[in-house]
Design a protein around this ligand. Structure first.
Ligand code: BG6
Length: 369
C-alpha cells in the first residue's frame, strides 16, 4: 500500500535509509561482518581466483559499484557483465570462478539463464536477491538476501542501495575469509556502513524539496547528461537510466574522463549536465579533474548540476545548482549520491504528468528473454 505517498516510487525512495539499515541488520558485530547464510562456505570463498558479477539494468549498475569494494577488500579480480551478454559468449570460467548474480525480483530470465549457464560450466554461484525463495536464489550455491522490502514501482530505487550494501557485506566477508582485509579496514568499513542510513535521511531532509522544485522548473528539458568518475561513474549511468525509464527523455551517463574523447561534442548552450563530484578529501587529484570537466562544459554553455559533498566550495563558481551529500568514505559516496538522482527523475516525470510507477513499455520483472 502507498500509505499516503503520491506513488510507490515516492514511498520507496523515502525507504532507502531502511533498505540499507535492514540489509545490515544482524550482520555486523564488533567491527566485523558475519553473514549467517554464508556459514560453511569458507572453502568456496578461499578457492576462487575470479569473480564475475552478472545482472541487468539497475542491478548491473549496483554490480559496477560493488566491483570497487570487492577488489579493494578481497583482492580477487572482478568483472561485471550484463547477464544476456555473458551467456551468449564463450567465457573462460570454471570451478575457481564465483559468479555473483544480482536481481531484485530473482526472476529476471536473462539473469537466471546466465546463472544456469555458469553452473553448467562448473562455476560457483551466489545470488544477491530481494525476494525470498525466488528462482535465481534457488538455482544458486549461496544466497545473500537484500532486505529492502517489496519494491512495487517498476523503476528500482531502494533495491539499488540495498544491493550495493549487500555487495559490500559480501566483499568484507570474503576479504576476511581470505585474509585480505585488515581488522582496521574492516572496522572502518563497518563504521561507514552503519552511518549510511542516517546520511541518506539527511539527503532526503535537506535536498528533496529543493530538487523537486528545480525538476519542475526543468520540466521541458529534452536531454540530460550525467558524468561521474570512479564509483561515481556507475551512479551517472543509474541517474541516466532512471530518467529514461520514467520521464522518457534522452539521458546518457558517461565516465567523466571520457568527456574529451567524445561526449563533449554533445554539449551546447543550455544542455543540462549532472556531475557527480568525488570528495577532495579522498583524492585531490580526481576532484580537481572533475572540477576541470565542469569548467570545460560550463565554458560551452552547459547548465551544470553538481552533486558534491557538504563544504566542497570548489564547485560553487561553476555550478548552476549544487546538491549536497554528507561526508562519507570514498566507497560509500555512491549510496548517498544516487539519492538526489532518484529524486530528480521522479520530480521530472511528475512535472511532466507521467505515471512514475508504471512507465510505458516496461515491466517490473522481465521473465522472458
Ligand atoms: C528491468 C526493470 O526490467 O529489470 C529494472 O525495469 C531492473 O528496474 C531490471 O533493474 C532487473 O531486474 P531484477 O529484478 O533482476 O533486479
Amino acid at each position: 500500500e502507498k500509505g499516503g505517498w503520491s506513488s510507490f516510487m515516492a514511498k520507496e525512495v523515502s525507504e532507502e535509509p531502511e533498505a540499507v539499515a535492514n540489509t545490515l541488520r544482524g550482520r555486523l558485530h564488533e567491527g566485523a561482518v558475519t553473514i549467517p547464510e554464508l556459514d560453511g562456505l569458507d572453502d568456496l570463498f578461499a578457492g576462487i581466483n575470479r569473480i564475475i558479477v552478472i545482472a541487468c539494468g539497475t542491478a548491473a549498475y549496483a554490480g559496477m559499484v560493488g566491483k570497487y569494494a570487492l577488489e579493494q577488500w578481497t583482492r580477487v579480480p572482478v568483472d561485471v557483465e550484463l547477464a544476456h551478454e555473458f551467456r551468449y559468449r564463450d567465457p573462460v570460467i570454471g570451478p575457481d570462478t564465483l559468479v555473483v548474480s544480482i536481481s531484485q525480483s530473482g526472476e529476471t530470465m536473462d539473469t537466471l539463464m546466465a546463472v544456469k549457464f555458469a553452473r553448467e560450466r562448473g562455476a560457483k554461484t551466489l545470488s544477491i536477491c530481494n525476494t525470498q525463495g525466488a528462482t535465481i536464489p534457488r538455482e544458486s550455491d549461496a544466497i545473500v538476501y537484500t532486505h529492502a522490502g517489496p519494491e512495487v514501482a517498476v523503476a528500482s530505487t531502494k533495491a539499488f542501495v540495498a544491493q550495493i550494501t549487500a555487495l559490500y557485506l559480501l566483499a568484507l566477508h570474503v576479504g576476511r575469509v581470505r585474509g585480505a582485509l585488515s581488522d582496521a579496514a574492516s572496522v572502518e568499513a563497518v563504521r561507514e556502513l552503519e552511518a549510511v542510513p542516517a546520511k541518506i535521511v539527511r539527503v532526503l531532509e535537506k535536498e528533496q524539496a529543493h530538487i523537486e522544485q528545480f525538476a519542475r522548473w526543468m520540466g521541458d528539458t529534452q536531454s540530460v547528461l550525467f558524468l561521474g568518475r570512479h564509483v561515481g561513474y556507475p551512479i551517472a549511468l543509474e541517474g541516466a537510466l532512471k530518467l529514461k525509464e520514467i520521464s522518457y527523455i534522452h539521458a546518457e551517463g558517461f565516465a567523466a574522463g571520457e568527456l574529451k574523447h567524445g561526449p563533449i561534442a554533445l554539449v551546447e548552450p543550455g544542455q543540462a549536465v549532472f556531475v557527480i563530484v568525488p570528495s577532495p578529501r579522498h583524492s585531490a587529484e580526481l576532484h580537481k579533474k572533475v572540477v576541470s570537466n565542469i569548467q570545460e562544459i560550463r565554458a560551452r554553455g552547459a547548465r551544470v548540476i553538481a552533486v558534491a559533498e557538504e563544504g566542497d566550495a570548489a564547485v560553487l563558481p561553476f555550478a548552476d545548482e549544487v546538491l549536497r551529500i554528507p561526508l562519507a568514505g570514498a566507497l560509500f559516496e555512491p549510496l548517498l549520491a544516487v539519492v538526489p538522482l532518484h529524486i530528480f527523475a521522479m520530480g521530472l516525470a511528475t512535472a511532466k504528468g507521467l505515471d512514475v510507477d508504471q512507465p510505458r513499455n516496461l515491466a517490473k520483472s522481465v521473465t522472458v528473454e
